[in-house]
Design a protein around this ligand. Sequence first.
Ligand code: SF4
Ligand code: SF4
Length: 185
Amino acid sequence: MKNCSLIPKELINIITKNTPLKEVLRLAAPCRCDACNNGCKFGSGSLAGDDAKRIAAFLGVSGEDLKKGFLEEIELFNKRLLRPKLIKEKGKPYGKCMFYDDNKGCTIHEVKPLECKTSIQCKGYGEELSVWFMLNHVVDAGSPESIRQYAQYIKSGGRLIPGASLEELVPDKERLRKILSYELL
Ligand code: SF4
Ligand code: SF4
């Protein structure tokens, strides 16, 4: 593994739900090594923002061909996301990312999906960055079902960062009550 500088504890606390993307990308190291690559053997990271455009340009394919040939849809917190296709072994729900090469690692490293960029293993704040991705690109405060699933995540002990409480995501107390009691579907 390449050397990763140790990050002071104070820095961990600066990652909040509202940390700007530019700052997140500064914290998400552009390096590559086996520790971060390991996850690519069992799954792939979701796209966000203009990832699809950048990956399509990098591969020299149209947006439509990218979707058909290289991406698959998944649902998380009631939201549909795209991620690189997995090469699954028969009978297994997981598999290697189609962009992962056993010798070279990620073959689209320069333009890899935002979730991949924010999944870093050797720094003290990797988990916080993953939660930042989930809150900014997966959980949808406008969707009651998404909020209910997020409430379950919190209940089961899921990691939180500042700005990520249910009350902060849905500041209208009455709306939150109706969502959690299934009065709002
Ligand atoms: S951030 Fe990931 S790729 Fe970079 S050195 Fe640490 S473990 Fe390796
Ligand atoms: S796109 Fe690259 S970093 Fe992301 S899962 Fe695939 S091989 Fe890994």
